[in-house]
Design a protein around this ligand. Structure first.
Ligand code: SAM
Length: 318
């Protein structure tokens, strides 16, 4: 990994940072942050009580959970079969610098690094999630990934530092998703790619129905109607149920909302999951749909989506 120092910035003063042993200092000497067990700890205070609640939520149940029997081989095999992760592998070029903001336990980053991508930056608000990711990295001797405890509203990376930024399942759990999105774009290089995953207002209605049913028939509702729940082992089921049905802060969006965000920030829409043209893979450019296409795609997704109503856009910074 190239010199990390060159792309770090003080989240408080925006000064350059200097790495000294197990500390990172701002060049004006006003701020100092710890590096603990290899994790850069940039979060010294959270001002918003809502963000504090979200952090507390994930501190108790880091998401997603590593399977207790995962070794590197079974982990890679499992991740390889995930179509979203597969699509990301296809977008990446050798030497690309990748940031995942809201990485949770860093499974995506660990997978990419284990497959030879050596510039992976995994950042999250929740230290317990980062510790799980970091433990897996060390246990399996994975190189090329670093973990950062950091808030998307107080980023620790300089502008225009990354070729690809991924932020999936995160912004809808924050106090100001659009501001978080704009912060991510600042860190993206010109011509860089951005992947954003948000809960969809229509396809997440399935989740609301299951949640409602669970109040009447209990956990049977998850077993009967939630395919992802059924496929997990008991520890992973627990963290899935909490994340999906018991979250303290959740917002939902339509396709048109994310199209507007992209248009307003001059991000060229490339493709989405679900896609307007299902025959073309995620990395191929498709034209964006009109209102009727948008309605149809979200309605079909309500029926077909088993991943909690998450939809994903890929775009390019012009
Ligand atoms: C549902 S998990 C998604 C994890 C991962 N992206 C995935 O798809 O498996 C949401 C993550 O967003 C993180 N998060 C929430 N608010 C954040 C913020 N303001 N800054 C950075 N991370 C945040 C949480 O700590 C949590 O790990």
């Amino acid at each position: 990994m190239n010199n990390i120092e060159n792309i770090l910035m003080c989240p408080n003063s925006h000064e350059n940072l200097k790495i000294e042993n197990s500390e990172v200092r701002s060049t004006d000497n006003k701020y100092c942050y710890k590096i603990e067990d290899g994790i850069y700890r940039f979060l010294n205070e959270i001002k918003s009580s809502e963000t504090e609640n979200v952090k507390k939520f994930y501190m108790e149940d880091p998401f997603p959970n590593y399977n207790s029997f995962d070794n590197l081989e079974t982990f890679i095999e499992k991740m390889k079969n995930n179509s979203f992760i597969n699509s990301i592998s296809k977008i990446l070029k050798p030497g690309d610098r990748v940031l995942e903001f809201g990485c949770g336990t860093g499974q995506l980053g660990n997978y990419l690094a284990a497959n030879g991508h050596s510039e992976i930056f995994s950042a999250d608000l929740t230290i317990n999630s980062l510790k799980l990711g970091n433990e897996f990295t060390k246990k399996n001797n994975i190189k090329g990934i670093n973990f950062f405890e950091c808030d998307v509203f107080k980023p620790c990376f300089k502008n225009e530092s990354f070729d690809l930024i991924i932020c999936s399942g995160v912004l809808h759990h924050t106090i100001d998703p659009k501001k978080g999105f704009n912060n991510l774009l600042k860190m993206l290089k010109k011509n860089g790619l951005v992947i954003i995953g948000l809960y969809n207002s229509i396809s997440r209605l399935k989740n609301s129905s299951i949640k409602y049913l669970s109040k009447i028939i209990g956990d049977k509702a998850f077993y009967l109607f939630d395919k992802v729940y059924r496929a997990k082992d008991s520890a992973a089921r627990n963290s899935w149920v909490k994340d999906q049905y018991d979250h303290p802060l959740e917002k939902r969006y339509f396709f048109k909302d994310l199209h507007n965000w992209f248009d307003e920030s001059n991000i060229e829409f490339i493709n989405s999951i679900p896609s307007y043209n299902n025959r073309l893979p995620f990395e191929k450019s498709v034209s964006k749909g009109d209102k009727i296409d948008q309605f149809n795609i979200q309605l079909i997704d309500l029926i077909e989506n088993d991943e909690g109503g998450l939809f994903t856009f890929l775009g390019k910074k012009n």
